[in-house]
Ligand binder design. Structure first.
Ligand SMILES: Cc1ncc(COP(=O)(O)O)c(C=O)c1O
Length: 330
């Protein structure tokens, strides 16, 4: 995966400045790049708190000196001992959304941990529904029995912004998500439960919104690279996309105005554009007047549809000077 380091640093800078201006904590999601070296580009710009999507990833970044990590996935109770060991060394945040997993976590974890209640503000992937006031109360009450469990607040990922067909639609979905969290915060506060913080995070919403009033933390991840999906939504300009996959041309079909590249689902992920109604992996339609510009053996740079998935599949980066940048080993 080819990476434009300068572009990544500009993308980071823009989000850091936006967070500073709005006086919110930026806790970027590092599952996008999964690289200690790239993590340093954030650190150079003042970032000291991060988000990851697994306990293994938390361990990897802890080994690189990161001391404040939220594992932004409903807590995996099979890894509670690992979380406990990590929480003894650094500041760890976990996500809970049901009494069953919190009970198991409370029983075993004896180091200090922050816990966030994961709220479903409209994306319907995980979390307690934003209009359910009772379930958060049960969780807060249960955690009170163990003072080392610190209730940090309500956290959501408005993944439904990815369905937006325009910038305005993405902004409206993000605003709806925030207002739902605020509604829940207000109703909990009214019955005596303090909600210290609100954490949101998704690249379309965080890229497009300027005003983060009422929010304490943002956790976008994809924005360091962006991709053609973000460009289609309107969250970035094409020139903001900082990664591409370099693919050799291996076959040509001028009669159909098509070239075939060595690069398909296992490199780029199964997310695909459709050609003549069929998902197409590795087949590229080329305008007739350009087809001769792609001889066999020439190279095509493909902008990924979803850069997080493509990076995960490629497992390393090459910068524009030809230097390899490693990712977390699997
Ligand atoms: C809980 C959580 N927070 C933050 C993010 C980062 O969002 P994005 O990939 O849109 O930048 C994700 C991505 O899946 C997530 O699941």
């Amino acid at each position: 995966m080819l990476i434009n380091e300068q572009r990544c640093k500009v993308n980071i800078k823009r989000m850091v400045e936006k967070a500073n201006k709005a006086n919110v904590r930026l806790r970027p999601h590092f599952k996008t790049h999964q690289s200690l070296e790239i993590g340093e580009w954030f650190r150079e710009q003042g970032v000291d708190a991060i988000t990851v999507s697994s306990v293994d990833m938390a361990e990897y970044f802890a080994s690189g000196g990161w001391r404040d990590i939220t594992i932004a996935f409903p807590v995996n109770t099979r890894q509670i001992n690992q979380i406990n060991a990590l929480a003894a060394q650094i500041h760890i945040g976990i996500l809970v959304e049901n009494v069953e997993s919190l009970r198991q976590a409370v029983e075993i974890i004896d180091s200090s941990v922050d816990f966030w209640i994961k709220i479903d503000s409209g994306s319907h992937r995980t979390g307690i529904s934003w209009d359910d006031q009772e379930s958060p109360i049960q969780l807060i009450e249960l955690a009170r029995k163990k003072p080392k469990f610190v209730f940090k607040g309500l956290l959501t990922h408005a993944g439904n912004t990815y369905t937006a067909l325009s910038k305005n639609e993405a902004i409206n979905l993000q605003l709806e998500s925030i207002s739902r969290l605020l509604h829940l915060k207000q109703s909990l506060t009214t019955v005596g439960y303090d909600v210290p913080e609100i954490s949101i995070g998704d690249t379309p919403g965080c890229s497009l919104l300027e005003d983060f009033s009422f929010v304490d933390e943002i956790r976008p991840g994809n924005f360091i690279f962006y991709d053609s999906e973000q460009f289609t939504i309107g969250s970035c300009a094409e020139t903001d996309i900082a990664v591409g996959i370099v693919c050799p041309v291996v076959a040509r079909h001028p009669d159909r105005n098509e070239i075939v590249i060595y690069g398909g689902a296992i490199h780029l992920s199964k997310e695909s554009y459709r050609i003549n109604g069929n998902p197409s992996y590795g087949i590229i339609s080329v305008p007739e007047e350009l087809i001769n510009k792609f001889p066999i053996g020439s190279l095509v740079v493909v902008l990924p549809i979803h850069s997080c998935l493509t990076a995960h599949l490629m497992r390393r980066y090459i910068n524009l000077d030809g230097k390899t940048i490693e990712m977390m080993p699997i």
